[in-house]
Design a protein. Structure first.
Length: 534
């Protein structure tokens, strides 16, 4: 009987797991290869007699451990914190957040409430991460990244009163279409387009901008109704378009084009219960090879491989391994004791780390009952320039509202910005004020705030690396550091989102870990005598 593609892929997956199935699907042309994994297809005994120590139990570390163990390697994962997931950390009732300055926050929201203090979205194009969620059976739900019912506000627009995103977005498109139509009528495009193309463009602009037969934009149903549709003799009325000069002066382009970024386009997902649920699933699947509360004290290359010193239960322990995958932030690499090269530490020190922050509140869901906002993000022109609505628990009484998501300082500069220098109480006041501007009178309903400042978290001391993300997209002076850390230092390989072209995303961390695996397994012979147990 002929073997169907589905049966073939099921057999490959059963035998080799996600990595093998992923490679087979790519070979069959069933997956796009724009972000193809470099993970090699390895037999289950490839690593027999070989040990790899992995430092850090975030996305790069845990997925690397998962793949290496499937290939027969003896793997140990050392994590300094008492939890796995790295920056994928959700606040929920009982969570304690301890800052390096001694500040302690304890989350005491109602049961079932949670908030992603780090990564909060999984794009549909991040196939490696989604593949692992499928393999480990991590439940996902849709993350509503954009809503036309969400709001936009700027002092220059509509007298400072918030308006729905649909009005800003579609009025802007309408005016652009009208202006281009006038350019066609004035023969301004005759040198650039054929007559046939001009007429096709005119037809496109009518639909793009919802223009009337005269080529004028006068509003339409896309922007919503000033007088809603009803029954019987009731007559509806579209909103009058917002003034073009006000739209230009307001400059709300961040919000208008937010969802157009390749990694923010629908459909997006989130794990049910918080982003760290993915990494909890890895921890359960990997079992005792993942050691939490085990901070590394030293990394040293040896003649045979690598030696790592770590502390566990108050006792310093040593482990010898054939190779090491180090996934800790560059803020920790640059000061790690041992014999990592001066060039490695200089490269790590040259990569700035962002002082990312988030502020979240528990609140009744007034945004749903008052303004029909279900998920998405509102934008405004203030220090706190966005308010992010939860995508889970829709129609329930209470939710967690994010009001504040940005930087406390410029990456690479020691001094904090004006917002970063404020006391926490004043940051909370600004956060509440932004909600009040968008939703007048509702700021008073916010309670039990949580402030995440990644520069204050031990073993991180910052959030997203301000690294190059692709050709022409980054800071040119970081190219040598990126290249240097993508190469091994002796028997130590480095991995993390900052060593990928998808900086700040878990997918980038996974791909970086896969790259390290490809290089390590290509370098090491297939077998060796076992090393001393940890």
């Amino acid at each position: 009987m002929p073997l169907s593609r589905r049966s073939f892929l099921s057999a490959v997956g059963s035998a080799g797991g996600y990595g093998a199935a992923f490679s087979a699907m790519q070979a069959l042309g069933l997956l796009a290869t724009a972000e193809a994994s470099p993970l090699p297809a390895l037999p289950g005994d490839h690593g027999k007699g070989r040990r790899i120590v992995i430092i850090g139990a975030g996305a790069a570390g845990l997925t690397s451990a998962w793949e290496l163990r499937k290939a027969g390697y003896d793997v140990l994962v050392l994590e300094a914190n008492g939890r796995v997931g790295g920056r994928a950390w959700a606040a929920r009732p009982g969570t304690e957040i301890r800052f390096m300055d001694g500040t302690v926050q304890r989350c005491d929201w109602q049961p079932g409430q949670w908030f992603n203090m780090g990564p909060a979205r999984i794009p549909s194009i991040h196939r490696n991460l989604l593949g692992y969620c499928s393999e480990l059976k991590v439940p996902l739900e849709v993350e509503i990244n954009a809503s036309r019912s969400a709001l936009m506000q700027a002092p220059e627009l509509n007298g400072g009163k918030p308006v729905t995103q649909r009005r800003v977005v579609f009025d802007t498109k309408g005016y652009i279409a009208e202006l281009l139509t006038k350019a066609i009528d004035g023969h301004a495009l005759d040198q650039a387009l054929t007559r046939e193309d001009v007429e096709k463009l005119r037809a496109l602009l009518v639909e793009f901008g919802q223009l009337d037969p005269a080529g004028k934009y006068s509003g339409g149903d896309r922007g919503g109704f000033a007088v809603n549709r009803g029954a019987g003799p009731a007559t509806s009325k579209f909103y009058d378009p917002l003034a073009l000069h006000e739209l230009l002066a307001a400059d709300l382009t961040k919000g208008e084009f937010y969802e157009d970024h390749i990694d923010w386009q629908a459909t997006m997902f989130q794990p049910v219960g918080g982003m760290d649920q993915i990494w909890f699933a890895f921890q359960r699947a990997l079992g005792p090879i993942v050691r939490t509360n085990a901070p590394v004290q030293e990394i040293s290359n040896t003649a045979r491989g690598v030696r790592v010193a770590y502390k566990e239960g108050g006792v310093t322990k040593l482990i010898d391994a054939d190779a090491c995958i180090c996934t800790i932030p560059v803020s920790q690499i640059k000061k790690m004791p041992g014999n990592l090269s001066p060039a490695t530490k200089a490269a790590a020190a040259s990569i700035p780390i962002g002082a990312n922050y988030k502020i979240a509140w528990q609140s009744p869901r007034f945004w749903e009952t008052d303004t029909n906002i279900y998920g998405g993000i509102s934008f405004l022109k203030r220090e706190i320039d966005l308010v992010w609505y939860p995508s889970y628990g829709l129609f329930s009484p209470t939710g967690v509202l994010l009001s504040g998501f940005g930087m406390e300082g410029t990456p690479g500069e020691a001094e904090l910005n004006a917002f970063g220098k404020l006391p926490t109480a004043e940051k909370f006041a600004l956060s509440r004020k932004s909600v009040d501007i968008l939703h007048p009178g509702r700021g008073k309903l916010l309670e039990k705030p949580i402030f995440m400042s990644w520069r204050q978290i031990p073993y991180f001391e910052g959030g997203i690396a301000a690294n190059m993300t692709g050709p022409g997209e980054g800071q040119g002076e970081l190219r040598p550091a990126y290249t240097a850390l993508n190469a091994p230092d002796g028997n130590v390989w480095f991995a993390g989102d900052y060593l990928s072209r998808i900086v700040g995303w878990q997918e980038g961390a996974i791909l970086s870990g896969h790259r390290a695996i490809a290089e390590i397994t290509g370098k090491l012979p297939a077998s060796s005598k076992p090393l001393k147990a940890a």
